[in-house]
Unconditional design. Sequence first.
Length: 556
Amino acid sequence: MPSAETPDLQGAFPRLGDEQIAALSARGERRSTRAGEVLYREGEPASDFIVVLEGLVAIVEDDGERELAVHGPGRFLGEVNLLTGQPAFLTAVVREPGAVLVVPLEGLRDVVARDARLGDLIVQAYLTRRSLLIELGSGFRIVGSRYDPDTRRLREFAARNRLPHRWLDLESDPQAEALLRELGIGPQDTPVVIWRGQTVLRNPGTAELARRIGLRPTTPAQLDCDLLVVGAGPAGLAAAVYGASEGLATVVLDGVATGGQAGTSSRIENYLGFPSGISGAELAERAVIQARRFGARISVPAKATALERLDGHHVLRLDDGSAVRALTVLIATGARYRRPDVPRLGELEGTSVYYAATWMEAQLCAGDPVVIVGGGNSAGQAAVFLAAHVHRVHLAIRHEDLGRDMSRYLVDQIERTPTVEVLPCTELRELAGEGALDAVIVEDRRTGRRRRLEARALFVFIGAEPHTGWLEGQLAVDERGFVLTGPDAVASAIHADGWDLVRRPLPLETSRAGVFAAGDVRSGAIRRVASAVGEGAMAVRMVHEHREQLGGGHAP
């Protein structure tokens, strides 16, 4: 067992200076430590920021069987969970006695409000630590077959929400079968989630798993707020930050994960302020931390089923039977990628067909050939990202010019990547393979010639359909299902009688006064991350205008 400190990795373990420690000491308490003392334990809520003053503290998992890091004087403990309200995914144990500085979370917020550099240092270190934990496979364990749709569901939920976890594949990992025997669980009872090394959840629903790990707090049967944001993609998170920072009681709900479709982007390189690029997941994580700091309440998964009006308020019904009542609502549920019309697609979804290219999918097809269908930025980002992990990438587009729908920087990167082959004027026709994908059959639209491409995975990015099925008959939508806003919304013959104010609707307001739409779900939206963020911010300004016209007021 090492007694020396772990070297700083990618800026994950910086050391605080004397002035920074002095500023924190004014809001904290010095405590002596003894060897073997547990400062916090896996699965328990984290509420204090801890700085090592003297001695050594080890970060361990599996009851100390695996030691991940050792911190000495000047280092601080914890990771993103401290800022997001999740319980700890690891345990901190004193290796050599000494002293620590314990600062309550509110005290930490007061200090970093006056020292932005310290706040940036802590946030960056915590984000890097979370990435390291994910790469190391720390946290809870998911045991199940790669061919099981429920295993895929649990893994996708964990990956999309950047939850540290380790997957043990029944098909290839001998540890999986040994662990199940030890727990007395048969393969037929999988998938299972092992939490805190001893709690076994047998094929839990995503909502149950979220509650166990503190991602979704228990929601009262009726919750009131000033602004209810439905959807936690870039538009929704931007609205959460601006709404909460401007004093609105803000609640954010999402049925899957924070980040939305943008959260699946491996790298966004054309977003203002990030010259070296940023992953969609990290952008979302930063936004969540920011929104929570201002007091926004975020709950995932929480799936909306209906939007009603009651006594001058809007009431959102959720799939678990609960409801949220709000003075104003922002619909930011985004869009999902369309599915190509090819035989056997549904049969291979979840095992070989994917609609996102994240670290999880890259692990599944590492070293294998893959095919990507689509010609937009998401397809280009996936091609560049996967090229670093797989043997060969075929990128099939329906037209001749890769630059027609894709940003120039992505086109340039693809052209410089020898393992990516672009197939112009090509359409997907067939999928081959039993139980898993072996190859795809594509057709050249110019010649009609068909070609077989070896592939272990198919990635699809062919345009989007709005997440508006739950709003059917409640708000005006265009012919494709995207939410109409502004004058177009009340011009709809079906919903013209639903507008109950003398004034004209605001630009992002829907056919129901006080209900707004922003981002990809809105008809006419420019589908870029920056545009979605801008619309989310604009929506909050319009919320204020609407409330002022109604006489203001806050949720009780």
